[in-house]
Design a binder for this molecule. Sequence first.
Ligand SMILES: Cc1cc2nc3c(=O)[nH]c(=O)nc-3n(C[C@H](O)[C@H](O)[C@H](O)COP(=O)(O)OP(=O)(O)OC[C@H]3O[C@@H](n4cnc5c(N)ncnc54)[C@H](O)[C@@H]3O)c2cc1C
Length: 371
Amino acid sequence: MMETDVCIVGGGIMGLAVAHALAKASKLQLLIIDRYGLGNEYCASNDFGRIFCYANGAKRRHTQMAIESLKLWRELEQESGEELFVPSGFLALDGESAWGTKFIAQSYQTLNGLSLPVELLEEAELRMRFPQFRARGGLLDPGAGVLLAARALGYYRSMLGQWGVNVLEGEKVVRLDLAGRPEVETESGRRIRCRKVVLTPGVWSNSLLRDGLVRVTPTRQQVIYLRPTRDSARFRPGSFPIFTVDKYYGIPIAGTDGVKVGYHRTPEEVDPDLVRRTVDPEAIEAFLSVVHRYVPELADSEMVRTKVCLYDMTENKNFVIGADPECRDVIYGYGFSGNGFKFAPLVGRLLAELVLEKPPSIRLDRLSPVR
Ligand SMILES: Cc1cc2nc3c(=O)[nH]c(=O)nc-3n(C[C@H](O)[C@H](O)[C@H](O)COP(=O)(O)OP(=O)(O)OC[C@H]3O[C@@H](n4cnc5c(N)ncnc54)[C@H](O)[C@@H]3O)c2cc1C
């Protein structure tokens, strides 16, 4: 029987962020277990870039959390000596959908209400400042930027040894025994006794949740990368913001060689162990048609990469961050509903506070595992 103070199940960005926060705040002995390896290619955290923006419609709490989270990303940059956040701005284009128009109006109100910089752009001004785009207008969230996801994962991973964190890769946790001190059991029969368990297993959460807790719906998301055939500088942060239109989105070239294009909707529920990891031709066609219409200069790019990745959706899209009310030694961080990366250092800090039984630095009532 192995023993440790804290066992973290899931070594995506959230598991790594809580390990980081705990290593900084305590002398506890930490172990991270991941069934496929830390930051593996199947986990939701594995990609080059992730969007950080303040704009999120009427969701004021999200925007407030984003403000806190960016401070922590900046601290992590200082600590690591690496650039992790590339300022680019975020442009919500007014497209075809009523949803998009409402998102712009609500985001404007929210950002204004929180005294964050925000601009509404008419067609002529949009064209002048961002000539790559064609749309009748939009909203600019100038404080947004690209988080270099692969680099952040790499930094955390590279530091675990120095922080004294133990790692068990290629072991799948199959059971939690909560009768006495928590015990974690892996598929190979290994048992680990600990004082606290932190569960950050992403889309695989359901199999480790007891009855009565919020469950996740895993959904399949598809993305492509387009490498411009000429003048790629026009598609880098500084010239080209992150954009969204009718729930499609694009991320400028940062940390890789292409503009990422995806669709932030959750149409298809899947089994995370059986999901098909190749992109559908219809999805590629839809992405290219959006690019053709709204970013015509990018239309003759070369598609250099495709990827399928999963969201762990909760019913109301609120994350789960909290201790189990029936067993305070089990702490949950899952259900990030396609939006978690930007909050990772904040989530890490909140989960660490729960482990250390400190009052959480933000209110967690709406994020409880029991709703
Ligand atoms: C296509 C796509 C685009 C996205 N874009 C953005 C964005 O622009 N901005 C943003 O903020 N967020 C974005 N997100 C969401 C964000 O990436 C996720 O919310 C975040 O990465 C979730 O991290 P995690 O650590 O909870 O989960 P994961 O990264 O999935 O990590 C979970 C880990 O747990 C391990 N595991 C699971 N079960 C077990 C078990 N039983 N035993 C041992 N190990 C186990 C897995 O192997 C995995 O490594 C996007 C997500 C996707 C899929």
